[in-house]
Write a protein that binds this ligand. Structure first.
Ligand SMILES: Cc1cc2nc3c(=O)[nH]c(=O)nc-3n(C[C@H](O)[C@H](O)[C@H](O)COP(=O)(O)O)c2cc1C
Length: 382
């Protein structure tokens, strides 16, 4: 079957992945409400198209540079762990697809290839190293240093994961990494003590386990530090020249605190529904974040983007840029680098067509005036 849209890519990936891996990708926290909310939120906004404008030539180039660079489209490849579960070339294939289509990419701390090797494959298109700050700050500091040396442009601090979310399917499957798939950044006994790779069945990122571990060990463990506060953004900025962006902001309050702490950019994200089930869908969180930030730093969004028209709606609501998570994994599972490129082509074509059919010839034309909102199903602050 030919792959015409992102749903086709999802179906093709499912027939290729084993159940444990498929459940890990498709799954999320608890009842998976947030996964469907993220997608459905796009349907709360419909497009008000304008006609009789010359749309012969449409440019999908982002209206603002991202970290000094222009890309094909205001959409990038979001960080997700362990790409080798999808394809033997893992993050190398993803990075090559980013480069060949001129999309930006963020790599997870929990990649299966080392950040240096992925950077060599992705060149200037691999820009973010996503970071979980460990209790053992020496380990995190070393990762930051390695990102600087390798030529990354920014760190992407994930703030929504002080503990990993409760994912029933991974528990039921006793999720574990197959032989040959390992955390590339931590290979070869480079860091003292075990590394918590934050996979459900074996994770030590749960409070009771972390407490026991801390008592047992003198060395601070390599587990995500659940004690992070906004001061740690300042700490990160004090140890690096790289920009520090925060991923996982969902409220105006946190957006303002992020700006005050010196964050260089914000990703509105709920981790693709994998952390707190029942939290705000990202598209509904976006307007309050945009309003709080007041243009001081860029605001990006991920979660549930599956169509070019989803990109259009997020941009219209004030996002500077959007990112895709699961579609990258589906593309990889389908056909490695080529599969990710297929996802990129599909979204790029759909986005351009949405622009043309709405009467927008450049991304800077897209604004709130192109949307109408279904009011009954929206949430309001108490
Ligand atoms: C299998 C999987 C692993 C992920 N791993 C990470 C990670 O290591 N770090 C992180 O910040 N986000 C991670 N994410 C979240 C993505 O960066 C992104 O926020 C999310 O997938 C976007 O939603 P979407 O999948 O609906 O596009 C992961 C997502 C998935 C599906």
């Amino acid at each position: 079957m030919s792959v015409i849209n992102i749903d086709d890519l999802e179906r093709e990936a499912q027939v290729r992945a084993n159940k444990m891996v498929w459940d890990f990708w498709a799954g999320g926290a608890v009842d998976l409400y947030t996964i469907s909310d993220n997608k459905n939120a796009f349907l709360d906004y419909r497009i008000r198209p304008r006609y009789m404008r010359d749309v012969t030539s449409v440019s999908a180039a982002p209206h603002r540079l991202l970290l000094g660079t222009s890309y094909s489209i205001p959409c990038g490849l979001a960080p997700s762990s362990m790409h080798r579960l999808a394809h033997p070339d893992g993050e190398l294939a993803t990075a090559r697809a980013a480069k060949s289509k001129n999309w930006p990419m963020a790599i997870s701390s929990y990649s299966t290839f080392a950040l240096e090797d992925a950077k060599a494959a992705g060149g200037e298109n691999l820009i973010f190293l996503q970071l979980y700050v460990f209790k053992n700050r020496t380990t995190s500091q070393d990762l930051v240093h390695r990102a600087e040396v390798a030529g990354y442009k920014a760190l992407l601090l994930t703030v929504d994961s002080p503990f990993i979310g409760l994912r029933y399917s991974d528990r039921r499957n006793s999720f574990q990494l197959p032989p040959g798939v390992e955390p590339g950044n931590f290979a070869g006994g480079r860091y003292a003590g075990p590394i918590d790779f934050a996979v459900e069945a074996k994770s030590t990122s749960r409070k009771s386990q972390v407490d026991t571990l801390s008592k047992e060990k003198e060395i601070k463990p390599n587990v995500v530090d659940s004690g992070l506060t906004w001061d740690d953004v300042k700490w990160l900025k004090s140890i690096t020249k790289l920009e520090v962006w925060v991923k996982g902001v969902l409220t105006a309050e946190d957006a303002a605190l992020a700006v005050d702490a010196g964050a260089d950019g914000i990703w509105v994200s709920n981790h693709g529904g994998r952390q707190l089930d029942g939290c705000l869908p990202t598209l509904h969180a976006l307007p309050e974040v945009v309003e709080a930030v007041k243009g001081r730093i860029p605001v990006h969004l991920d979660g549930g983007i599956r169509r070019g028209s989803d990109i259009f709606r997020a941009i219209a609501l004030g996002a500077d840029f959007v990112w895709i998570g699961r579609p990258v994994l589906w593309g990889l599972a389908y056909d490695g680098q080529k599969g990710v490129e297929r996802a990129e082509e599909i979204l790029e074509d759909e986005f351009k067509l949405t622009m043309a059919l709405s009467g927008c010839v450049s991304v800077s034309d897209i604004s709130k005036s192109y949307l109408t909102r279904r009011s009954t199903s929206l949430w309001s602050r108490l």
